[in-house]
Design a protein around this ligand. Structure first.
Ligand code: CTP
Ligand code: MG
Length: 215
């Protein structure tokens, strides 16, 4: 299953409170968060293209470090994650695409393989984990309802799609100026295409807050 990755690194990492973008934070063996999220895909020969989205202020560092890597192409992102993904999708040249947060460096080969297996029969799938907490819907400071816990999952990335499908959904959201909180939500809004759940694990967390950095 050949595919492209749209790897989103064009944020600022504000909540991480570092003097630089959190994706450049060094984890183990001096590898940055971005080095790790990129290398898992570069090790997969079926990943034919990495569309790597960067923020304007990171341009020179990104070009210096990543522009010579075969299969990687760099593009400037937008103001929001959705905008960066929408721009990146224009450059995707494979029939299937995995949209991945560069801030999730712990995704595994096994998870990517499971997503590829799902894509053989599905046009949309994503990594999710069952919620360990009871989730409550709140309105105006009061609990409204409690969804059944076995129905509640946390969405992660990669989120994977037939490229033509997700491109159409992004185009519609742009026309309507509608902001989703993940990619799969656009498929929910604009199509009846089923979105297959592939089980992820807690390790595939998004590095968001200072306490998310492993000791
Ligand atoms: N992202 C992006 N373009 C943006 C905003 C976010 O490509 N305009 C990317 C981030 O680089 C990150 C992923 O989307 O890999 C998930 O977003 P988030 O965790 O919110 O990262 P940041 O927006 O960088 O962090 P913060 O919201 O704390 O500023
Ligand atoms: Mg953000």
């Amino acid at each position: 299953m050949n595919y492209s990755v749209c790897l989103l690194a064009a944020g600022k990492g504000t909540r991480m409170k570092l003097p630089y973008n959190k994706v450049f934070h060094r984890l183990k063996k001096n590898k940055t968060v971005l080095d790790m999220s990129l290398s898992i895909f570069l090790r997969d020969s079926e990943c034919k293209q990495v569309v790597l989205m960067y923020a304007k202020e990171d341009e020179s560092y990104m070009i210096e470090r990543y522009s010579k890597i075969h299969r990687v192409e760099l593009h400037e992102g937008g103001m929001t994650r959705q905008e960066s993904a929408g721009i990146g999708l224009h450059f995707v040249n494979q029939d299937y695409v995995m949209i991945h947060d560069a801030a999730r460096p712990f995704v595994t080969k096994e998870q990517i393989d499971s997503l590829k297996v799902a894509l053989e029969t599905e046009d949309a799938c994503l990594l999710m984990i069952p919620s360990v907490d009871t989730i409550k819907i709140v309105k105006d400071g009061y609990v409204e309802t409690t969804p059944l816990r076995q129905h509640v999952y946390n969405a992660q990335t990669p989120q994977c799609f037939k490229t033509s499908l997700i491109k159409k959904c992004y185009e519609k959201s742009l026309l309507e100026g509608r902001q989703a909180t993940d990619d799969a939500q656009l498929v929910e809004w604009y199509t009846d295409v089923p979105i297959k759940v592939v089980l992820g694990d807690l390790n595939n967390k998004k590095i968001t807050l200072p306490q998310d950095i492993p000791a």
